[in-house]
Design a binder for this molecule. Structure first.
Ligand code: HEM
Length: 183
């Protein structure tokens, strides 16, 4: 799938607006998404949300995407970094539509009448494109991790068999696999 010329033009043209309102949009986005999907509260780091770090990270990522939409190769390193973070938290393809829905709603809410149907349609298409890219990259990392010697996919149960205080700041935890079952 590739993006239409019209979408590329609109997303690039609206990138400065996204830069200006990015954090207002992402604050609204997290507020709405987490109040309507409280199960996600366990996935996001509460401190990063409280300090605004996560809202800023998402706003920066969206702005970087919008301004490089005609040159996605420039984003490869960022996409890899974010994908590894997502994989470390077991983010799954079926969660992307929830994020997309709330992101689009937040853009519409914050931009008000400025967000015409044409602009919202372009952003919907652009989000879908980026989401597919992440899903593909993350799928590759999940497969790689699974194929490693002793690797697995998803969550796995461990038992803490030892805990050693190494210093005032560092404690080592020793884990033992309790089951072969993975999810
Ligand atoms: C195209 C869509 C998405 C973009 C652009 C995006 C972007 C980002 C960025 C920039 C970060 C910060 C990475 C870092 O710390 O270096 C992040 C982290 C994260 N993302 Fe996404 N993400 C997307 C989709 C999703 C989806 C579908 C979920 C699932 C609910 C999700 C959940 C998370 C979580 C839990 C973190 C870690 C936050 C924390 O540290 O508390 N993301 N994402």
């Amino acid at each position: 799938m590739s993006l239409s010329k019209q979408t590329i033009r609109i997303v690039k043209a609206t990138a400065p607006v996204l830069e200006e309102h990015g954090e207002t949009i992402t604050r609204h986005f997290y507020q709405q998404m987490l109040s309507q999907n409280p199960e996600l509260l366990n996935t996001f780091n509460a401190t990063n949300l409280k300090t605004g770090r996560q809202q800023a990270a998402l706003a920066n990522a969206i702005y970087a995407y919008a301004s490089n939409i005609d040159n996605p190769g420039a984003l490869t390193r960022d996409i890899q970094r974010i994908a590894h973070k997502h994989v470390s938290l077991n983010i799954l393809p079926e969660q992307y539509p929830t994020v997309g829905k709330h992101l689009l709603e937040a853009i519409a809410h914050v931009l008000g009448e400025t967000a015409t149907d044409e602009i919202l349609h372009a952003w919907k298409e652009a989000y879908g494109f980026l989401a597919n890219l992440f899903i593909e990259v993350e799928g590759g990392i999940y497969r790689e991790n699974e194929q490693l010697d002793g690797g697995w996919r998803g969550t796995r149960e461990f038992r803490v068999v030892n805990k050693v205080k190494e210093s005032d700041l560092i404690t080592s935890f020793y884990f033992l696999i309790t089951t072969d079952r993975t999810s």
